[in-house]
Ligand binder design. Structure first.
Ligand code: ATP
Length: 217
């Protein structure tokens, strides 16, 4: 029997997508031998609104950035869906797309993972996918009691262990080239009209220039 397909979902606001995200996607694909990494743009959560940078603009930056990369796709399914976008629904749609045998991974940085207990139906996430937690410099993996209870007994021993089943495990993963960079730091630089070359992909810089994004009103 052919090996089961290996798929990751890597969601984010991507406002804008930066080299920390892109290197993480590339290295994840290498380390886990993934067939496809779906980078999925979230709708802007209400408390994080940045005027002028719509989901479409963030998707345009992401699409341009991943166009040259093998096995990494920009995915607009959360933007296309009506109403609030919950990860659990997105994982269901990926599970429907790739089938019951697929190894499906939800990838999050440590900072995002620490908030797992407040996500919609966090226990159901594990019935749909594994959770892979990527280390981020400056963010320590110290679990709250609630998150510890959610992952209790689920920790995989390594990548082979993770790939032995379709869902249900969690794996903290240290990638070869951690990059200490956030979109917040990029937006601060852009607001001050500081140079962001080598922090953003050249394709992203082009979209920002063409669409005149992150300009002060
Ligand atoms: P912001 O500063 O606006 O909060 P961000 O840089 O954290 O943005 P998001 O779009 O919120 O980016 O993050 C999407 C996902 O990518 C999250 O799971 C986050 O933990 C992860 N991530 C963000 N930056 C990095 C990085 N430098 N290295 C590894 N993972 C990252």
């Amino acid at each position: 029997m052919a090996d089961a397909v290996r798929i990751a979902m890597f969601g984010g606001t991507f406002n804008p997508v930066h080299v920390g995200h892109l290197r993480a996607a590339i290295e994840l694909r290498e380390q886990l031998a993934l067939d496809q990494v779906h980078m999925i743009v979230n709708r802007e959560p209400p408390h994080r609104q940045v005027p002028g940078v719509s989901g479409q603009d963030r998707f345009a930056m992401l699409s341009a950035a991943v166009a040259p990369l093998d096995g990494i796709v920009a995915d607009a399914r959360e933007l296309e869906r009506e109403g609030p976008s919950y990860t659990v629904d997105t994982l269901r749609s990926l599970r429907d797309q790739y089938g019951a045998d697929a190894r499906l991974m939800m990838v999050v940085g440590v900072d995002a993972f620490l908030g797992l207990a407040s996500w919609r139906q966090p226990d159901v996430l594990f019935s749909l996918a594994h959770i892979v937690v990527i280390q981020r410099p400056g963010a320590e993996l110290v679990l709250s009691d609630e998150v510890a209870a959610l992952v209790d007994g689920r920790k995989a021993d390594g990548i082979d262990d993770l790939m032995a089943c379709t869902s249900g495990c969690y794996l903290p993963l240290r990638l070869p080239t951690p990059i200490e960079l956030s979109a917040t730091a990029i937006r601060e630089r852009l607001a001050l009209e500081q140079d962001t070359r080598y922090l953003l992909a050249p394709e992203v810089l082009s979209v920002i220039a063409e669409r005149q994004l992150y300009r002060q009103q």
